[in-house]
Design a protein around this ligand. Sequence first.
Ligand SMILES: Cc1cc2nc3c(=O)[nH]c(=O)nc-3n(C[C@H](O)[C@H](O)[C@H](O)COP(=O)(O)OP(=O)(O)OC[C@H]3O[C@@H](n4cnc5c(N)ncnc54)[C@H](O)[C@@H]3O)c2cc1C
Length: 432
Amino acid sequence: MKQKVAVIGGGLAGLSAAARLSHYGFDVTLLEKAPKLGGRAITIPVKGFHFNFGAHAIYGRDTSILRKYEHELGLKVDWADFSPKKAHYDLGTFTTPVPATLEGLMQTKVLDAQNKLRFAYDIFKTISTMERGEEGILIGDYLKKEPPQVRDFLLTLGSSNFFTNEPEKIPSPLFFRYYRRLFSTRKPVAYIRGGWQSIIEGLESILLRNGGKIVSKEKIESVVVENGAVRSVIGKENQYDADHFVFCVPPSVLVSLFESTPYRELLAEYNRYESNQVVVYDIGLQKRIESPFTYIYHKGERIFITDISYYDPTCIPEGGQLMQAVAYLNKEEINANKMDEKLEHIEFVYDKHFPGWRDLLAAKRISKKATVQEIKTIDDQRLMPVKFYSLLNAYFAGDWCEGEGQLSELSFSSAYEVTKRIMEQTPSPVVV
Ligand SMILES: Cc1cc2nc3c(=O)[nH]c(=O)nc-3n(C[C@H](O)[C@H](O)[C@H](O)COP(=O)(O)OP(=O)(O)OC[C@H]3O[C@@H](n4cnc5c(N)ncnc54)[C@H](O)[C@@H]3O)c2cc1C
């Protein structure tokens, strides 16, 4: 008899968990409330442009979980590596290369010669684990021992990788763990031709090919728990029983699903944490604007623009261009309703680096408060474990869960860990 698994939530975490378990012989049912799979990775087509809800940068691709899915599951990923030579920082009065490679480090003006050496030494210390940060100390404080230029540069890096305008609040051990992997990789940033949509379709077809079932428009409303184990999840009309349950829905949803159980309080902790939100302003242009940059980071406004169509030509009609601008938001800015102000700042950065864009505008997509990560990794905020001791057969995955990296890497890595644990739990060998 195949072991039954119900996966709740069809975003990147749910889809990848469902695909992997079905590949290894489990009887998987994926339950998704929306009509389409993908969650925050969905693509919105407008006038021939494919606006991806979130960007599709994958950090450290050679050691990423997606890479494992390529090898293990046969997932097709059409990688498009980031061009470091076309990545610049805008420092207000001038632009300078992002030191993403040795060549970029030599050329950049963000660090002078002495500080370049110091930064190179810091990379060595981070990779060799001589530098690990300290529990209870935030990176802003931890880096006070560094020369101001190096500290400032490391915080700028943190800002762009963690999508935050308050990088000084990142816990120092997390900061160094993150950069240990990123500094060691030969592929620090990569995009995917076909965008997230190609990953969603690839995982979906692996699931279906292995006999998995997908039930869309199925909003799960509650769970039945008996003797410390989940027995079933309940949708509008149907009840789903299984041996294992993988919950890939955000903490706010978990709290309501477990509302009438003793586990509500356990989950409520993660619902109290602040999420990481940004303003997104995507533009689709009829014609390409030639520019030396495919990525520009405006340090003063903490806004970055990526020429998505440079890396993924499938997202535009012929001859067009699609760019995405992201401005980070902190809690105070959200409370003070600064989102419209951020949009003006973004337009200013578009004007500065892509003059003429307004005349070529064919389509746009604005999101004033998009959630890039359900739990922001700052201060004492903690990511949710993938498994609780007191709940036997329930597992959790998503970008609010413990795992490797940030953003979607957390979705993929927590899902991977969950599937590994379920496989280890299975009494008889699974069919491959
Ligand atoms: C603007 C922006 C830019 C981004 N850029 C990047 C980037 O460059 N690189 C990167 O790695 N990541 C990026 N991300 C983050 C990435 O998109 C997310 O980390 C990832 O998509 C989260 O996937 P998930 O499966 O963990 O969660 P979600 O996508 O939130 O999935 C949860 C799923 O559960 C479903 N659901 C909810 N409630 C129920 C219910 N009751 N019953 C059934 N189903 C339910 C939802 O419909 C959804 O499909 C970006 C995000 C944004 C918004």
